[in-house]
Design a protein around this ligand. Structure first.
Ligand SMILES: [Zn+2]
Length: 374
């Protein structure tokens, strides 16, 4: 066997026939069929997704994916470590579930049933664990798993683009592209489920506020501007995995452009998070423009708020984990209420969680109810 480059090895093994030729192994050894439990097998083949994604999910369970570890186990002389995080063995389980990059994608996705974060996960075990969700609500489980399959596929695409230096995807790009592909698949499939899936994305996946995982805080931020004046209000609320209010703050502030206020409130929230010592933070805002600027390091923001965006990027390095996500306004009601409250107060106010109107809003949002904006 000659000397392989990374690219030639992957290209070679992407074709099954060539794979067999290169390794001299029978298909039953390249794909370890016996590793896939019956229930997982059935789950994969009943997946409502693209055939290539089904096949990919099956190969993940059968350890037949050309990852660094997969190639090494087939005697391909290659560095088996993960290119992103340096983990010793790049297995499919690692790149889909365990790698910090994959975790960022799952955490920030709108999927309500996410892979476990407190153990070394196995993809087939995770698929198996969907059984409890299927028993609770088959329709939601089927739709969620379909959505998850698209996220897996785009994690794999992004990994290949990264290894071959084609493109360096951000977690947010993967989430966006995967969700679009998921919707397009169901809109164009002949299964007649288009309406169902569209409503799934518009309701379960996007309207209800979702609490962060254990050990994480989520902060929702919003800004408001009084008509025909530069008097504005900023509001943000930190909550934990139980949906409990950790901090809820209103700040009166002067700004002329609403978008500037939206950037200022995120900066204020990050400063507060650093001061309090939150290490893992999910940031949500309903201002797409500001979130896009934060995500795209190559995009130079408007002069009006370039300094603020730079501050946000600098502050971000203080966290072990941080993500920024744009959400619909309907999901950002409490921070909107806090921002409006700021219009009628004289100085920054840290509202205790016994505040009746705030308590009621938090409760209704945690239950997934539509709340009344103050
Ligand atoms: Zn990794």
């Amino acid at each position: 066997m000659g000397v392989f480059t990374v690219k030639s090895a992957y290209n070679l093994l992407s074709n099954l026939n060539l794979e067999r030729a290169a390794t001299g192994l029978s298909s039953s050894r390249v794909h370890q069929w016996e590793l896939v439990p019956e229930l997982v097998w059935k789950r994969i083949w009943s997946l409502q997704t693209l055939p290539k994604i089904k096949s990919f999910c099956w190969r993940v369970c059968a350890e037949g994916v050309a990852t660094g570890d997969g190639l090494l186990s087939r005697q391909v002389p290659i560095d088996p470590s993960c290119r992103r995080c340096g983990a010793n063995r790049e297995t499919a389980d690692h790149l889909l579930l365990e790698c910090p990059f994959a975790k960022a994608v799952w955490l920030d996705s709108s999927l309500s049933y996410k892979p476990p974060t407190n153990q070394v996960p196995k993809f087939s075990d995770w698929l198996n664990s969907w059984d409890s969700l299927y028993r609770q609500n088959k329709k939601v489980a089927r739709e969620s798993l379909s959505h998850a399959s698209f996220l897996c596929w785009y994690l794999w695409r992004a990994r290949n683009d990264y290894v071959f230096n084609t493109k360096n995807w951000t977690p947010q790009e993967i989430i966006t592209v995967a969700e679009r592909a998921f919707l397009e698949f169901h809109a164009t499939s002949a299964s007649g489920h288009a309406t169902t899936f569209t409503s799934y994305c518009a309701s379960a996946a996007t309207i209800n506020w979702i609490s962060p995982p254990v050990g994480y805080r989520k902060v929702n931020c919003d800004a408001t501007l009084r008509n025909r004046s530069s008097k504005g209000g900023l509001g943000f609320i930190f909550r934990d995995h139980r949906s409990y209010q950790v901090k809820a703050i209103s700040i009166p502030h002067h700004f002329k452009l609403a978008v500037r206020g939206e950037a200022i409130v995120i900066r204020c929230a990050l400063i507060e998070a650093v001061a309090v010592g939150f290490a893992n933070l999910q940031v949500e805002s309903d201002c797409k423009e500001v979130i896009d600027y934060i995500h795209d390091q190559n995009q130079h923001p408007l002069y009006e708020f370039s300094t603020i965006i730079s501050d946000i990027r600098r502050l971000s390095s203080s966290f072990d984990f941080i993500s920024f996500r744009c959400i619909p306004r309907a999901m950002n009601g409490i921070s909107d209420a806090l921002a409006r409250k700021a219009l009628s107060i004289m100085c920054m106010t840290d509202w205790p969680n016994s505040t009746p109107w705030l308590h009621d809003l938090c409760e209704s949002e945690a239950l997934g109810c539509t709340h009344t904006i103050l």
